[in-house]
Design a protein around this ligand. Sequence first.
Ligand SMILES: [Zn+2]
Length: 202
Amino acid sequence: MQDRGGTIRCHKEINIIKTRSEFKEAEEAMNALRAAEEYEVRETLKKCTWADPGDIAFYRNDKSQRNRRKILDGLVKDRRCPVCGQLKIKAKSWVVNRFATMALCRSCYVRVREVPPDQRETVSVSLYAAPIERFELNIEELTKLRTRANVSQEEFARVAGWSRSRQRDLESERVQSIGKETLESVLDTLAHFGLIVSNNPD
Ligand SMILES: [Zn+2]
C-alpha cells in the first residue's frame, strides 16, 4: 500500500496552526489540507498498482473523500458547525444530507437523530442467523497425519475436493479456523487413506 506521508504531514501542520492563530485557523488548515491532498493524489497515482484490488479500493476511497471535501466547501466553507459552532476540519467529522443541501458536524447529527428510549419500537425480523460453528485446526497434526498416511498435499486435496493451494493454506498459519464442512472433509479424507481420527481436544 501507499505511504500516507501527506496525511501525516498535514496533521502536523494543523497542530502547529492551532497553537498559533485563532482567526486564520480554518483557512490555513484548509490550505494545508489541500496541499496534503494534492501530494497524496500525486503519490497515490505514482504508486498505485492497478492490478491490486486493495490499491484500487484505496484510490477510490481517496477520490470520494476529495468529492466530500468539495461538497463541504460549498456548504460550510469555514468548517464551523451551524448548530454547535465548533470547528471541524476533517471531512470525516461531517455528515451531509442526501441532497447535499445541509451539513452538520457528526456529534450534532448523532444528537439530532437519536430516538429517545420511550419512542423506540420493537421489530421482529431475521437480522442474523444462529452462530456458525468453527473449529480451530491443529495444523501440525494434520501435516503429521497426512505424512503418516503417505499422501502428498496434492493427492489429499484431490480426494478432499479442493485445490493444492487450499491444502497448503490449511497446513499453514494462514487458516485460523475451519467450518464444520471442511472438518468433515478432512476427517473423511484421512479415513479414505486409512486413518480414523479419535479426537482428543485439549
Ligand atoms: Zn455541531
